[in-house]
Each structure stands twice: as C-alpha cells, then as structure tokens.
Design a protein around this ligand. Structure first.
Ligand SMILES: [Zn+2]
Length: 462
C-alpha cells in the first residue's frame, strides 16, 4: 500500500482536462441572448500566464468590430482555455479552445473575472473565411466535437455571408424579433474546410502526448466512484441518477470493475479558482489512502464554469489524471490514476433524471479514457444523450478485455420458415453461461431479442 501511495504522490504532474458537455443555443438568436458581448476579433498573439502555480495559455485578441457598445471591451480582450499545467508538466486538452494567429472570429462572449469565455465554447464561434472572393462567417469545424445536450436537429449552425450576418445580429439586438435563418447560405462546411477529417475507426481515446489513457488492474482491482454528499441542489434526484449511471456503466462493460463507493465530502478551498488542483489529489490520497478514485462534484463549487444562461452553456467537464505509463497491445498508454466529473450549477432545470443519468454515464466513460464516437448514436456520441450501445461496448472491450468464459459453440444454424426464422445452437461448456442474441437490420444498431441464463447444451429460438 505504501509504495502505491508513493507513486501517487510523486506522479501528479499529468493533469488532463478534456471532455466538455454543453447545451447549445437553439439558433443564433438564442446565442445572442446568452452572450453579454458580441464581437469580431483577430488573434494578435498568444502568451502564457501563471496563477497560483498553474500555467495557462492566453489568447490575446484585437477587436475588429464590436457589434454593440461595451465600455469595458474596447480594443482588446483575452480568452484563457481550461487546460493548464502545474508541477512541471504541460499538456493540451483535445476539445479545449485553440485559435489561429491572425484569423478573425465572430465571438459570443461572457466575462469571467478579467477574461472572457465563449458562451458555448467551440459551438457558436464563427471564423471569417473567404470563398470565391467573398467573406463568409463559417461555424468552426470542430464545433461538432463538443458534446451537446438537447435536440439533435439543433446541431447545425448555418453559414452566412459576413456582412449579412453582422447586420442581422445588430438588427436582432435592437429589435425584439424572432430569429430565422432565411438569409443563410446553402454552402456546406466542406467548401471551407477541404481537408475534412476522414472517418476514423469508431473508437477514440483521450490522449496526452499522443498516448491514450487506460486504467490498469481491471478486473481484479476496482476503481471507486464517489459523489458529493451534498448532492446537486438544482436536481433533487442527482444522487439516485448518479447511482443508476454507475450501475449501468458497470453492467454494460464487463471488462471494467467500478464500485459505487458512496458519497465523498471533498470541499475544495477554490484557491486558484479551481476544484481540480493538487488539493483534489491530496484529498483522495489522504482520505482513502489510495488513488483509483473518480470523484463527482456537483454545483461547480469553485464557479470555474460559466453559468448556464437560459439552459445554454457548459453542463459538465470530466477527465482523468495520469500517474505513469504502461504498455498495452504493443503501444505505450498513460496509466490513469484519478478521475473527475465536474457538473455545472443549475443543470437541474435543463434536464430530467433520464438525461442526467446518461450525462453521468457519458462523462464517466471519459474518465475511463474514452473520447467521442461520432459515427453513430452511441452514448459516447458528442451529441448527448443516448443509451450505451454496442459501439460503446466494443471500445471499452478493446481497452478492457471482457471476461471470457471457456465456451465452445458446436453448431449454430438458421432456418427460414414462412414468416419466422428458426435458430438452433449447441454449446459445449462446463460452466453456466449467459447467452444473448442481438439483431441489427443495418449491421450497426443491435437490439437484444433473446437473453438466457442457461446451462442447456442445445437451444432453439423462433
Ligand atoms: Zn463528451
């Protein structure tokens, strides 16, 4: 135990903050209402700032055009992303904000201390792009990577000719009208981002320095998941929903071993404005005398996330701390040591229990090392919230091999008879086994049609 404790203490150099969930604005009109500041600005420089031992990247923008008069936002402003380094490590969060030097952007911003934060991160930032000599405002290519909560028909932001959108925003701000996109262009993102990514194999992993993350020791050693004892004051059933999410996660992925370890009393001092600092690691080490814990923090206790406005904005962030590295399947992986899920305040009025549970499941998968699945309606689709499906399971099974019982299928046949199909199989096993049959018309979305706990050697199903 002592050596494990030492490893934990000596390796808190690697902090990874990745996954963010947002509730997107229903349209640009809602985005306008959620933002205190709307401005077109150009990235003039980047530098690094240090606060309380943490180093952040700071993006300094020069304002090209304010779409309203702001006494405290005249010529320039800075955006700081969520990633930071401390104690000698430096790393980048994959879905955190990144900007290009000299590129112009249309921002919908809110103020956070001395800095500014885009209302819904990458969703809602437009880039000024030229196409056939004309300037357009184009949604950022990566906005689809941000996990979104709500109605999937809201996912696509339109492309506008620059001057038309700017005039439309100014008109909307001074006249109380309904927003419509009838002046939007019919162009698609591929006209502006010719090197659109090719579809990768469907599993994605959180990476730091090109290495994916993975917990080691499953299934023999467990990871404890604990949730704040005070619950979520915006959502009365938060703890029940969280417990259900843990149970469903545990049941869905047979290669992992997570435990509902009950409540925690982590009460961050919020020095440095964050709940995820050395204090978080020290709390886990000293309270539980071990790492391998994932803590769920409700209500954004240190107010490090911008508040949701009209149910638009950041819902949760989650991720994992690495403590060392190991080799798995022939490559080097970061060894996960601590996980976290930070839920924003006032999420309750924006979701029901079912969505809350699915959000927790999605975020816990990030803490287990997984990034988004964009190819289908998986729980890890960036568009939240779907139930865990076979694509999620395939990714988890890759990282954490499921427990396989010695089982031999001696025969399996299908016979079509009028309206029905008859399935026959014979299994040779010394053990009791659980057999589940799934069908998929599209070879993707499998549905369970038969489930049996049986030691019968021969079965028929119609
Ligand atoms: Zn996510």
């Amino acid at each position: 135990m002592k050596s494990i404790f030492f490893i934990a203490l000596s390796c808190i150099y690697c902090y990874y903050l990745n996954a963010t969930s947002i509730i997107p604005a229903k349209n640009i009109g809602e985005l306008i209402k959620s933002a205190e500041y709307i401005t077109v600005a150009r990235l003039a420089s980047t530098d690094r700032i240090e606060t309380n031992g943490k180093t952040y990247t700071k993006f300094n923008f020069k304002i090209v055009q304010n779409l309203n008069y702001y006494s405290d936002l005249k010529n320039e402003f800075s955006i700081i992303n969520f990633s930071f380094s401390f104690k000698g490590g430096s790393f980048k969060a994959s879905s955190d904000l990144e900007f290009e030097l000299d590129q112009e952007y249309l921002f919908f911003l809110n103020k956070k201390g001395n800095y500014f934060i885009p209302v819904t991160l990458d969703f809602g930032i437009f880039e000024v792009k030229k196409y056939k000599g004309q300037e357009y405002l184009v949604p950022r290519e990566h906005y689809l990577d941000v996990a979104q909560i709500g109605n999937s028909s809201l996912m696509k932001l339109p492309i506008y000719e620059k001057n038309i959108l700017i005039k439309k925003i100014q008109f909307f701000k001074s006249n109380k009208t309904n927003w419509d996109d009838k002046n939007a262009e019919k162009l698609s993102l591929s006209s502006f981002y010719p090197e659109q990514r090719a579809a990768p194999s469907h599993c994605n992993f959180l990476t730091y320095q090109s290495k994916p993350f993975r917990w080691i020791g499953f299934p023999n050693s467990n990871v404890n998941i604990r949730y704040a004892a005070s619950g979520d004051n915006s959502h009365l059933t938060a703890i029940t929903d969280t417990k259900n999410a843990i149970t469903e996660t545990k049941n869905a992925y047979s290669g992992i071993n997570v435990t509902d370890a009950g409540t925690h009393n982590y009460n961050p001092s919020c020095i440095g404005g964050s709940s995820l600092t050395d204090e978080f690691i020290n709390f886990i080490n000293s309270t539980y005398n071990s790492y391998r814990n994932i803590l769920i923090i409700y209500n954004d206790l240190c107010n490090e996330l911008a508040d949701l406005i009209n149910c638009t904005g950041i819902v949760a962030i989650s991720g994992v701390f690495a403590i060392s590295s190991h080799v798995y399947d022939g490559s080097l992986w970061n060894t996960a040591g601590y996980g976290y899920l930070l839920m924003n305040n006032n999420v309750g009025p924006c979701v029901n229990s079912y969505l809350y549970k699915l959000i927790v499941e999605h975020e816990l998968s990030h803490s287990l090392g997984f990034d988004h699945i964009t190819s289908s309606t998986a729980n890890m689709n960036p568009y939240c919230c779907y139930t865990i499906n076979s694509l999620d399971i395939a990714c988890v099974n890759y990282s954490y091999s499921p427990i396989v019982l010695p089982l031999e299928i001696e025969s399996f046949s299908i016979k079509q008879e009028a309206e029905t199909n008859q399935l026959n199989w014979k299994i040779n096993s010394q053990f009791e086994y659980n057999l589940e049959l799934e069908v998929a018309a599209d070879n993707r979305n499998f549905k369970s049609i038969y489930n049996s706990n049986s030691s019968n050697a021969t079965n028929t199903f119609q």
